[in-house]
Structures are given as C-alpha cells and as structure tokens.
Design a protein around this ligand. Structure first.
Ligand code: NAP
Length: 330
C-alpha cells in the first residue's frame, strides 16, 4: 500500500524506481508513479500566519511604547468542546504576541439580557479594543441581536452589519477573519485575484458572502470576477471547472473532486470537517472540503487542511484587534 510522506505519496516496498520487474505489473507501477505526482505548490497557512503574528508582535511593542496595549475580550457562552478549543487558541495567541486578553466564560443557561449587559460593559471599557462572541451561542440567545449590540468600532470579527455594509461599499472596515485570511494567503503566495475568475462554493454569512464581497472590490488585492455557488446551483462542476481560483466553504468532507477543477487552478480550502480515522488515537482527523489527494495533482497551488486557512483566521483576528487599538489611539 502507498503511504503518505510529508504530504506526498511514496510507493511503499518499491526497491528500485527503474526496476519495473520488482512489481507485480507494469500497470500497478504506472499507478503508483501517477499517485506520487503532486504538482501543486502547498499554500502554507501555518507559515504565513506565523509571519503575520511576528509582524504584529513588533507592531504591538511599538504601540505599548506609546501607552496602548491592544485588548481583546473573548466571550464564550456554554461548554461546546469545539468552541472551547477555538477560544483557547485565540487566548493563547493573544498571550504570545502581547495582546491583553479578557476572558468571559458564561454558563450555557446565561440569559440573553445578561449577555447584552456584558456587551454594553465591554463596549464602554477603554482597555477593550476588540470584542468577540464565540459562535454558536446557545439556542435561547439571538446571535444576530448580540452581534448588533457590539460597538462597530470593536467588531474585530467583522460580523456587525456596519462592518458588512462597509465591506460591500468598499470602505475601510473590519473584514471577517476567515475571508481576510483567504485573501492574504492568495496575495502572499503571489496569486493576485485581479482579473481572475474566482469561484466560491458556499454562501454563508461568515465565509462565502464576505469573501465574495472582498474579492470583487475595485481595490488592490481584489478586482476578481466572482461567481458564488451553493446547494441550488445547477451543474456545479461546469462552474467550478471554469475557476482560476476556487474557494471551497461547504462543510462537506472531500466534496470537491479532481474532475470538478481545471488544470492549474489555485485552491483555497476553508472546510474543517472531522472524519473517522481508525489510525488516530482520537479515532478521527480533520479534513477539508477538497479531495486533496486528487485535486493536488491538477492544481497549481492548494491549501492543506489542517495548516491552511485555519491558522490564518486567528492571525487576521489579531490583525483586526491591533488595527482597532491603533484607531482608538487616534
Ligand atoms: N478555517 C476556518 O477558520 C473556518 C472558518 C469558518 C468555517 N470553516 C469551515 O468551512 C466550512 C463551511 O463553513 P460555513 O460556516 O460557511 O458553512 P455553512 O454555513 O454550513 O454553509 C455551507 C455552504 O455550502 C453550501 N453547500 C452545502 N452543500 C452543498 C452542495 N452539495 N453543493 C453546493 N453547495 C453546497 C451551502 O449551500 P446553501 O446556502 O444552499 O445551503 C452553504 O452556502 C465548514 O467546514 C466550516 O467548518 C472554517
């Protein structure tokens, strides 16, 4: 059986590449050689996010010298294990780069009014430059009402209607972190979306719609021709095959197959799906919305999962927090 070695398939038990006679059939050998070939460059979100965090760390030192310490309040309601991990990572990153982190962990039965009161308190606190309410909140709380209650100047997640409206208008604003991370990855790897056909699969309020709004702007780092697809799109493959850049934000493991993309496409895989894997101690592993093994043989470049868009989301949150702090000092 072939095995994965640093992201590439290595034919196990192959004693000599030239020695086709070592293998049961030429066909099998051909198959293995085909499998070995990953033409796509890896878009390494972990590396890029580390570079961004290190840039921010320096910037924060400069701000501290001026008496400004960027502060982020992270509010978690309930004990959802996934949310707890996200929140822990955000708080840890704050500590690593010198952002003051204010933790509010509330029980899941917290009344909506109490959460809104906390938001009002944080809105008024000058030490808090950014406020994040971890999604999802328990069902008895109206999440949009909570987001609407944020001071838009502290909306570092970019989910307040003012931020979304400004994004559409092309005004300076907090851009939602995952879409901003997708754009940053493209730009840092030299894949400027200008003039390119960007196909986005997914139209959620947190990824699909804002990344479409971001990349269609008449602005540096954007200027793309954008198509947004969703579950009602007819003949999806015919659309995805026309993408120069494909952004997958679907929430279905390995949904985008090699036959759905054209050769040379640049792929940003936003998906984060947990699938069973008996070889892991936990019994599961993370995977994206794109069939990495297949698509990476046709693509020019591709993000892995994990290690692609995920780390970028936190880096962009920190960037937004630093931006909020700088703006508060003006
Ligand atoms: N890396 C990160 O930091 C990060 C951040 C956010 C999300 N994510 C991940 O990204 C993925 C998407 O998240 P989301 O919040 O945007 O998900 P979502 O709200 O569930 O939206 C999924 C979108 O995919 C579309 N879709 C579903 N099945 C489809 C199909 N068979 N054909 C075409 N379109 C289909 C849906 O279409 P309809 O609108 O028609 O239902 C919807 O627009 C998830 O895996 C999530 O975990 C990662």
């Amino acid at each position: 059986m072939p095995e994965y070695i640093s992201g590439e398939l290595k034919p196990a038990g192959l004693r000599c590449l030239a020695g086709i006679h070592y293998h049961p059939s030429i066909q099998a050998m051909k198959g293995l050689l085909m499998m070995k070939k990953r033409t796509a460059k890896l878009i390494d979100g972990k590396k890029v996010s580390e570079a961004i965090l290190s840039e921010l760390k320096q910037e924060i030192e400069g701000l501290k010298a001026q008496g400004i310490t960027p502060g982020l309040a992270v509010v978690l309601v309930g004990e959802d294990p996934g949310s707890q991990i996200y929140v822990r990572n955000k708080r840890r990153t704050c500590a690593e780069i010198g952002v003051a982190s204010f933790a509010y962990d509330l029980p899941k039965e917290t009344p909506e009014k109490k959460l809104l009161d906390l938001i009002a308190k944080l809105n008024a606190d000058p030490k808090v430059h950014g406020i994040l309410v971890q999604s999802p909140v328990p069902k008895h709380i109206d999440e949009q009402k909570v987001l609407n209650a944020l001071d838009p100047r502290k909306d570092v997640d970019g989910f307040h209607p003012v931020s979304k409206g400004k994004l559409l208008n092309g005004e300076e604003c907090f851009v939602a972190c995952t879409p901003a991370g997708c754009q940053e990855l493209l730009l840092r790897y030299g894949y400027d979306p200008a003039g390119k056909h960007v196909v986005i699969v997914g139209r959620s309020n947190i990824v699909g719609k804002p990344v479409a709004a971001l990349l269609m702007q008449k602005a540096k780092g954007a200027n793309a021709t954008v198509t947004v697809c969703h579950s009602r799109t007819k003949n999806l493959s015919a659309v995805t095959q026309t993408a120069d850049i494909l952004i997958a934000a679907i929430g279905v493991a390995n949904f985008i197959k090699a036959r759905m993309v054209k050769k040379g496409v640049v792929v940003i895989d936003v998906g984060m799906n947990r699938i069973p894997d008996a070889t892991k101690k936990s019994g599961s592993r993370l995977c994206g919305d794109v069939d990495f093994a297949g698509v990476s043989k046709k693509a020019k470049a591709i993000t892995p999962v994990p290690g692609g868009v995920g780390p970028m989301t936190i880096a962009m949150l920190m960037k937004n927090t630093v931006f909020a702090a700088k703006r508060s000092g003006k």
